[in-house]
Design a protein around this ligand. Structure first.
Ligand code: HEM
Length: 182
């Protein structure tokens, strides 16, 4: 009898231990790696930035042949964040500034009465990875843009669209939000 009880206890302990491992160790979302001026959300999915006098230069990479984007300071989910979103098509770079018009929607600054202040530096698509470099003013004066100040902490949204989504509208295949000091 004693032996039977000990056996059951052992089974219970093993079940509990494996449940704890599964609950804690989900490998689905890799931890982002943040170093000075750079965030790596996952392999080939990065944001890097550099401040100069008037502007901030960003370089985004993502494992997609579709759109790639960053956003700043939503009030809830995607709402009220300012976005820069872009893609490469036939070697040309298309970039646009957007604003979060709802919890899961965004529209171009221009369509809302604001201004498009993003300047293309370069863009490439190679081996399924898109790289976009662009500059935005630290303070454009547009109500649909976030003022970017070195040393301040922002909620940074990162997202990219499915392969081939050469547009500003397809839903993301990956997205994440993190706190970052610029
Ligand atoms: C292009 C069209 C887009 C559509 C149709 C769209 C749609 C949605 C929808 C339906 C959700 C809620 C469900 C989900 O988590 O998937 C969501 C959440 C989210 N989206 Fe988008 N999105 C778009 C673009 C973007 C862009 C450009 C970014 C940022 C760079 C972004 C960042 C996020 C984030 C971070 C969340 C999670 C917010 C949270 O739950 O806290 N999205 N989006």
């Amino acid at each position: 009898m004693k032996q039977k009880q000990t056996g059951w206890m052992l089974v219970c302990v093993l079940l509990f231990a494996s449940a704890a491992v599964f609950a804690g160790g989900s490998p689905e979302e890799p931890e982002p790696v943040t170093t000075a001026n750079r965030v790596e959300a996952a392999e080939h999915w990065t944001v890097a930035w550099n401040f100069n006098d008037e502007m901030v230069e960003f370089t985004l990479t993502a494992p997609t042949t579709g759109w790639v984007s960053i956003g700043f300071n939503p009030s809830a989910r995607m709402a009220d964040a300012s976005y820069i979103i872009g893609y490469v098509e036939d070697g040309d770079v298309y970039l646009r500034e957007d604003y979060g018009t709802g919890r899961t929607s965004h529209a171009s600054d221009v369509s809302l009465g604001g201004t498009d202040d993003v300047q293309v530096i370069s863009g490439t698509e190679s081996d399924g990875i898109t790289t976009l470099s662009f500059a935005v003013p630290r303070d454009s004066g547009d109500e649909y843009d976030t003022v970017l100040t070195p040393g301040e902490t922002y909620t940074l949204l990162m997202a990219y669209g499915p392969d081939g989504s050469n547009n500003f509208t397809a839903r993301h295949s990956q997205r994440t939000a993190l706190e970052v000091e610029l």
